[in-house]
Design a binder for this molecule. Structure first.
Ligand SMILES: Nc1ncnc2c1ncn2[C@@H]1O[C@H](COP(=O)(O)OP(=O)(O)OP(=O)(O)O)[C@@H](O)[C@H]1O
Ligand SMILES: [Mg+2]
Length: 339
């Protein structure tokens, strides 16, 4: 189907070092996919191989059902938006946006109309005669997006599109991206370091580590069941607990969400459904909507708990107090990937 993306055993080596190893991923047409992971895990390399800006060492890229592995970027039906936007500094917004159609030999009347439509879509029509140097970061980003969209690609590839923006603008532009993606029904593949950004945008989030996919799926399923200690740590909000030496009656390694823990006095009798772990409160921080409580569970391991104000007993939860950390046994997540 038009806009569908399949990566089959996609591999890239630079010399002897693997940057991407046997990646398998299917993105349905019209989905918003975020590639997520720490610096150097192979996100940009994967994106560039989909775009055709990077050759593959082995494996296959299929777009809209056709193999495109050996095709040039222009032959693929993809458009890439680079991190620095790469706008032409001597061209106005209108000329920047219309550029792709000019190269393709489209008449001036036709491309001016198409560029106007794109400028309207990204809410930049009133700035059409300005040069890029006279635009804010967010405005430049809109122009770069309009320029990528004008050739009506089936798939849009975005490498860290929001990283140059300040936090407020980043959230605003993230909503814009989602709106435009929904409006046009295009497949978007968006690379980011930020789990917050990925979770806000993605129909499918792909967490990468060292050139392989550690976990992919909708953000809720990843947050509810991180497949490995790495994913749990990377997405945040989870405690990864190694119970090997300290707690022989627990699984050797598991995660529990910081907002699933409740704190009781050690004298409290837990229900049969509750898992309890003794701990000592190390620090309590006020964070507006909740308290951020840090507890020592032995062997130098720290456990983070998010406790809403109405559930916090200040006499019990203060530095140095011995307590029990409790969670429902169903909220204890064991990993399917152990390295
Ligand atoms: N042109 C290149 N030549 C040699 N090694 C490269 C090249 N491009 C990338 N690499 C290496 O491949 C690995 C993956 O790089 P890549 O740029 O895909 O990471 P990334 O996930 O996009 O990281 P970041 O979040 O920092 O942008 C890294 O170890 C990197 O050093
Ligand atoms: Mg990168």
């Amino acid at each position: 189907m038009k806009g569908n993306v399949e990566l089959i055993n996609l591999t890239k080596h630079y010399g002897n070092s693997p940057a991407v190893s046997a990646l398998n991923l299917t993105i349905e047409a019209g989905q918003y996919c975020c590639l997520l992971g720490p610096s150097g895990c192979g996100k940009s390399t994967t994106l560039r191989m989909i775009a055709g800006h990077e050759s593959v060492t082995s494996g296959t890229v299929r777009l809209s059902g056709n193999e495109v592995t050996q095709l040039s970027p222009r032959q693929r039906g993809t458009a890439m938006m680079f991190q620095n936007y790469a706008l032409f500094p001597h061209m106005t917004c209108m000329e920047n946006v219309a550029y792709g159609l000019k190269v393709a030999g489209v008449s001036k009347t036709e491309r001016t109309q198409a560029a106007k439509d794109m400028l309207a879509l990204v809410d930049m029509l009133e700035h059409q005669h300005k040069l890029p140097a006279h635009l804010s970061g967010g405005q430049q980003q809109r122009i770069a997006l309009a320029r990528a969209l004008i050739c009506k690609p089936d798939v849009i590839l975005l490498d860290e599109p929001l990283s140059a923006l300040d936090p407020f603008l980043r959230i605003q532009m993230r909503k814009e991206l989602k709106r435009i993606q929904r409006q046009l029904g295009l497949t978007f593949i968006h690379v980011t370091h930020s789990q917050e950004e990925a979770f806000a945008l993605a129909d499918i989030a792909v967490v990468m580590k060292d050139g392989v996919i550690e976990q992919s799926g909708n953000p809720k399923s990843i947050f509810e069941k991180p497949a490995s200690a790495f994913v749990a740590d990377f997405i945040g909000g989870h405690n990864v607990i190694n119970a090997n030496d300290t707690h022989p009656d627990f699984p050797p390694s598991f995660s529990v969400r910081a907002d699933h823990i409740h704190i009781t006095a050690p004298t409290h009798t837990p229900s049969a459904e509750t898992i309890s772990m003794p701990a000592e409160i190390v620090d309590v921080e006020f964070q507006a909507q909740f308290y951020f409580v840090e507890a020592d569970i032995g062997n130098g391991q720290r456990c983070m708990c998010f406790i809403p104000e109405h559930k916090l007993d200040p006499l019990l939860v203060s530095s140095g107090q011995r307590v029990d950390l409790n969670w429902h046994k169903n909220q204890m997540n064991t990993f399917t990937i152990t390295h």
